[in-house]
Design a protein around this ligand. Structure first.
Ligand code: NBG
Length: 843
């Protein structure tokens, strides 16, 4: 095979056991890995051994694409997207990689011949929970699309040792357990210690004059932490591209501080080491109050500094000069978490590489773009000035300078308007001084976007209106999308097979092709197949729910699902109020004509968010009572599935009939779960909020259950400041619901437990639950009526899927590429499996 064996290094010699995609090669590779990597033979191997053996053989097959992609990008100096995000919620890798490499069926057959069940092997994988929810999962969908569209990309983030906590329910209440996702090893990552960088913290700065007589600044840090990169390949779907997700892990500079050690202060030396490594120990759950803040700012700066230093290394490696930085890299700031990149790039260019301010600023502005993901004021990041100055003294100086120069421009534009200047300042001088990260991101970026039409409009008219007035050309909307590879092909194989049969296999890369289903909505045979698939998916989910919660759900009942983080603005409590009302109706009128429903909830509450935890308690309390009531339980079921994550999402979306998207209008920036449901044929009951609006426009108002106040009506309600109790006065049903909650029925007789929740609902509810209650209950009545008509429901369901093509993340990414990043695809040719291509490209 090797024509010039003397030129080959062993690592580059690749044979079919490492690359072959046929069944025989896969079987051979599997046994080979079991033996040589796991040191096991089949009779004593555990399922985890099987998982690792399969994972490693899949990784081998990825490596050829990965190295080929890197080689191509290096050779061509390709313009590259750097996606900076504090969270990447990738989900389990194995299934997705099998799908993208087009190996799923062969792998299943190969395992079967070895007497193994692929599904069971896949279930072994502990998913990397390196994100809280929508924002982190969006980053993962975007990486999938970027690779599929063959765009050179580096995802940069943090390799948290503990991801988002594992949720359990104890007596109906949330309990948090640590997520030791790395415990069994992570076969998907490769450590790159040779690209370790130094990150500095604290200390002070000093001005000096350099040899050319220029005034410069030197930073004397108090502490140095090493950043070690771990790379995970991100393959595109059925193409040769495999990009890189590069996550940084903190390490101490030396294993011991020898000075301290010599003085006999061994414990201090060990403490320092632990302190450094703590930096990337744990992902913070969002929606948390102030606590733990310093470490979080440290985390943000850590990964951003690592990423920028890494980019400069790559630039130099490709023999490009620093003034080409912005032509080589388009950096996206995923929310404000990485916004510290603006002063960090300035610092690197000026202090470390001797560039002048103006030149550095032009590069910085041309490099960065910023995506905003929330309008909630408490989620807009601000760092106290003292904390900031203590941790990052040099950055604070740079921010002051950026701010002065920016505010000069504002002053010219708004002569004499001091208030305007104060409002726009990066430094908030009111109260305890702080750094406004969203302002920093806006000033340092050439493009700013929201994640759904309404959200972008509200950014432009409220939260960022001053910045919009100053530079409207920077603003645009980029409605979110989700990847059909994970969310249909992998999660809903039967639907995928039907789509392949009907449309050919290209739809997964060109989701607009789903349109081809529209005429079939009128075809009774097709509708029957459609219903069969949903029914099968519901059975499968019911089986899982039974296994985990012990509760039996009837697959013939309407699966009514709300899965997402628990938050007052998402209004899980609105859903529960309606469930209690239905329960009450059946109790009072056992003959009431209410079609059977299973209400499924899942989602985590931030550990410090008491009201959200109370909402979980209410759901589980109601679930206990309803599921045990002989009069009701054959018609209503309420299930809270613990530990919502990507794997559970994959089980749930394909099995849903009804998707609950019921946030207070104006509060959900976009939502992405709403898209996953509808793509999989669930109908939505929802408010005019976030991307719901665009989903409704796409699928047709007649195929969407709309209710509730609009964003501007909500705003008016808030301004009027009327009491929510007024919505209860003329609603006997709602009064009874409140009465039942107060009676202690759902809290083992504890009449006070839910008082804080009722208080806020009745007295001063920023989320306007009662204001929307009547409309919601009425809309649910319509849902029930239409659900009885199975043919109509199936028709609506098909039309939902058929018209969701636009919500593919491929569409979103194309918009980012064309309008913000100005990057084009780079085709990758697989380098010869003998490694000669690589060697040549290195010369
Ligand atoms: C979330 C929004 C969602 C949106 C995702 C992705 C944050 C800060 N924001 O509505 O709440 O879909 O971002 O854009 O997590």
């Amino acid at each position: 095979m090797n024509t010039k064996p003397e030129m080959l290094s062993p690592a580059l010699a690749v044979d079919t056991i490492r690359t072959g995609l046929d069944k025989a090669s896969i079987k051979r590779a599997f046994l080979d890995h079991l033996f040589f990597l796991q040191g096991k033979f089949p009779t004593i191997a555990t399922f985890n051994d099987y998982y690792l053996a399969l994972a490693y053989l899949v990784r081998d097959r990825l490596l050829q694409r990965w190295v080929s992609s890197a080689t191509t990008y290096t050779r061509e100096g390709s313009r590259t997207v750097a996606y900076l995000s504090a969270e990447f919620l990738m989900g389990p890798h194995l299934g997705n990689n099998l799908v993208n490499l087009d190996m799923l069926d062969t792998a299943r057959a190969a395992m079967q011949e070895l007497g193994l069940d692929l599904e069971k092997i896949m279930a072994q994988e502990v998913e990397p929970g390196l994100g809280n929810g929508g924002l982190g999962r969006l980053a993962a969908c975007y990486l999938d699309s970027l690779a599929t569209l063959e765009i050179p990309t580096l995802g940069y983030g943090i390799r948290y040792e503990y991801g988002i906590f594992h949720q359990e329910l104890h007596n109906g209440a949330q309990v948090e357990l640590s997520d030791m996702w790395l415990r069994n090893g992570n076969p998907w990552e490769i450590a790159r210690p040779e690209w370790t960088v130094e990150v500095r913290f604290g200390g002070h700065t000093e001005r000096y004059t350099d040899e050319q007589g220029r005034s410069r600044v030197r930073w004397h840090p108090e502490r140095i932490v090493m950043g070690v990169p771990y790379d995970t390949p991100v393959p595109g779907y059925r193409c040769n591209t495999a990009n890189t997700l590069r996550l940084w892990s903190a390490a101490a500079p030396e294993s011991f501080d020898f000075a301290a050690f010599n003085e006999g202060d061994y414990y201090r030396a060990v403490d320092d080491k632990i302190l450094s490594e703590n930096l990337t120990k744990v992902l913070y759950p969002n929606d948390e109050p102030e606590q733990g803040k310093q470490l979080r700012l440290g985390q943000q700066y850590f990964f951003v500094s690592c990423a920028l230093q890494d980019m400069i290394r790559i630039l130099f490696r490709q023999r490009l000069s620093l003034d080409r930085f912005h032509s080589k890299f388009a950096i996206q700031l995923n929310d404000t978490h990485p916004a510290i990149a603006v002063p960090e790039l300035m610092r690197l260019l000026i202090d470390e590489h001797g560039m002048e301010w103006e030149a550095a600023w032009d590069i910085t502005e041309a490099t960065f773009a910023y995506t905003n993901h929330t309008l909630l004021p408490e989620a807009l990041e601000c760092w106290s000035l003292s904390l900031f100055g203590h941790l990052l003294p040099r950055h604070l100086e740079i921010i002051y300078e950026i701010n002065e120069r920016f505010l000069d421009k504002v002053r010219i534009r708004y002569l004499g308007d001091a208030e305007q200047v104060a409002r726009m300042s990066i430094i908030d001088d009111t109260g305890e001084q702080s750094v406004r990260m969203a302002h920093l991101a806006c000033v340092g970026s050439h493009a700013i976007n929201g994640v759904a039409n309404l959200h972008t409009q509200l950014l432009e008219s409220n939260v960022l209106k001053d910045f919009y007035a100053l530079s409207p050309e920077k603003f645009s909307n980029k409605t979110n999308g989700v990847t059909p590879r994970r969310w249909i092909v992998l999660s809903n194989p039967r639907l995928a097979a039907l789509l392949n049969d009907t449309l050919g296999e290209r739809w997964a890369k060109d989701l607009d092709m789903l349109r081809g289903l529209e005429p079939l909505a009128d075809d009774a045979d097709f509708r029957a197949r459609w219903r069969d698939i949903k029914h099968h998916n519901k059975q499968k989910l019911a089986h899982h729910l039974r296994k985990v919660t012990g509760i039996a759900a009837d697959p013939d009942s309407l699966f009514d699902v709300q899965v997402k983080r628990i938050h007052e603005y998402k209004r899980q409590h609105l859903n529960v109020l309606h469930i209690i009302a239905l329960y009450n109706r059946i109790r009072q009128d056992p003959g009431a004509d209410i079609p059977p429903r299973t209400f499924l909830f899942a989602g985590k509450a931030a550990p410090g968010y008491h009201m959200a935890k109370l909402i979980i308690r209410l759901i589980t309390g109601v679930s206990d009572i309803i599921n045990r009531d002989p009069l009701v339980r054959s018609r209503l079921k309420v299930i809270f599935l613990p530990n919502f994550n990507v794997s559970n999402g994959q089980r749930i979306y394909p099995a849903a009939d009804l998707s609950e998207q019921i946030s207070t209008a104006g509060m959900e920036a976009s939502g992405t779960g709403n898209m996953k449901f509808s793509m999989n044929g669930a109908l939505t009951i929802g408010t005019l909020d976030g991307a719901n609006i665009e989903i409704r426009e796409a699928v047709g108002a007649e195929n969407f259950f709309l209710f509730g106040h609009t964003a501007s009506e909500i705003q008016a309600l808030a301004q009027e400041g009327g009491s929510p109790a007024s919505f209860v006065e003329d609603n006997a049903g709602l009064q009874e619901v409140i009465h039942l909650i107060r009676s202690g029925l759902f809290s083992h007789g504890d009449c006070d437990l839910f008082e804080p929740l009722l208080d806020s609902l009745l007295e001063n509810d920023p989320f306007h639950v009662f204001a929307d209650y009547a409309a919601y209950a009425e809309c649910q009545q319509q849902v029930a009526e239409i659900y009885r008509d199975v043919e109509t429901w199936a028709r609506m369901s098909i039309l939902n899927t058929a018209r969701m093509g636009w919500f593919s993340s491929d569409r979103s990414i194309r918009e980012y590429c064309d309008n913000i990043w100005k990057v084009s695809p780079v085709g990758v040719k697989l380098e010869g499996s003998d490694g000669l291509g690589f060697l040549q490209s290195l010369q």
